[in-house]
Design a protein around this ligand. Structure first.
Ligand code: KG4
Ligand code: ZN
Length: 336
């Protein structure tokens, strides 16, 4: 369907994943390729911005080529090219943006600048054609933790967000302290399966106070507890920490659904790949009679299919973005 903006090539390079995807109509994923740089950064215990930018330069063209081949769509048959312009690491963002603009120019199709956070919100839409706003979305990633009331496509209200660490950041810091390596979320998730989530009663900060979150005290509580109890099994600490995070996330999402009166809730962002969060979220939806939508794990963590999806909706709403759109490292979710 050339010329309708139907087939969007998405590009995502905001952090340490180089990703490209082809998505039709904002929902049908034709291909989604993610090249993780995790091995390059692991020995530093976190993402090194300069290494990330250089790796994006090397990986962008092969990743885009693979996404096109897998989708069966030829480059010139793409109807629009969407790329993340923020938030994220400025050097990394610039690589994806420059590549996307060049491709849009060569193929003479619209370029669309996408907000990475909006991308995470659209990941749930990719996998269920029945999902429609209004809804409440819990967006939990390495850089952000927020509860969003999505009134309609492109119309958001942020109900609450973290006052200190993001949920993923807490997973990464606690994992690092426990010697579980980087990235910490998946490591804690795996280890917690063998631990007792009730072994240590870690604090549930701000549980009854509005929609904001705080995770930095929990991280300190873990460190203090392990210092005082050096023989505690690491799997029990991991499971108990994880349970404390999940309890707060699920409780606030339920309350947001109840107080806004929406029947639909969804998850997005890397932490939404967490097994315990997924299980407790779905249990809560069943108990409360809510329709709960969970993107598959690969669509929770950074990917370009969500960027293509959000780009498609943005193109319908606002048309193409100017080619002089720059990288915006501190970009926020646009709110009404
Ligand atoms: O959305 P994402 O891929 O990148 C950002 O936009 O930040 O999220 C990455 C974060 C990291 O902090 C990582 O530890 C966390 O998501 N994460 C997880 C899991 N998988 C990734 N946290 C808990 N459990 C997981 N299974
Ligand atoms: Zn992300």
């Amino acid at each position: 369907m050339t010329g309708t903006g139907n087939v969007v090539l998405g590009i995502e390079t905001s952090c340490d994943e180089t990703a490209a995807a082809v998505v039709a109509g904002g929902r049908q994923v034709r291909s989604s390729v993610v090249s993780s740089q995790v091995d390059l950064h692991a020995r530093f215990g976190g993402v090194v911005p300069e290494i990330a930018s250089r790796a994006h330069v090397e990986l962008l063209v092969p990743v885009v080529a693979e996404a096109l081949v897998e989708s069966g769509v030829e480059g010139p048959d793409v109807d629009a090219v969407a790329a993340t312009y923020g938030p994220g690491l400025v050097g990394s963002l610039l690589v994806g943006l420059a590549g996307a603009k060049a491709m849009a120019l060569v193929w003479d199709v619209p370029f669309v600048a996408v907000n990475h956070l909006e991308g995470h919100l659209y990941s749930a839409f990719l996998e269920d054609p029945t999902l429609e706003p209004p809804l409440v979305a819990l967006l939990v990633s390495g850089g952000h933790t927020m509860l969003v009331f999505m009134e309609d496509y492109g119309r958001y209200r942020v109900l609450g967000s973290t006052v200190d660490d993001a949920a993923g950041e807490a997973f990464d810091k606690v994992a690092r302290y426990l010697g579980l390596g980087y990235p910490g979320g998946p490591a804690i998730d795996r280890l917690a399966i063998t631990g007792d989530p009730a072994a240590v009663d870690f604090p549930r900060a701000m549980l009854d106070a509005g929609y904001d979150f705080s995770f930095s005290g929990l991280k300190t509580a873990v460190v203090t507890y392990v210092r005082a109890h050096p023989d505690v099994p690491t799997e029990d600490v991991a499971a108990s920490f994880q349970q404390a995070v999940v309890d707060v996330l699920v409780a606030k999402t339920r309350r947001a659904a109840r107080e806004t009166g929406v029947p639909t809730v969804c998850l997005g962002g890397g932490v939404a790949a967490n097994s315990a969060l997924r299980e407790h979220f779905l249990d809560a939806c069943t108990t409360d009679g809510l329709a709960g939508f969970l993107p598959s794990r690969s669509m929770c963590t950074d990917n370009a299919a969500m960027v293509a999806a959000a780009g498609w909706w943005r193109l319908q709403a606002d048309g193409p973005s100017p080619l002089d759109t720059g990288a915006e490292p501190n970009l926020r979710l646009p709110v009404v």
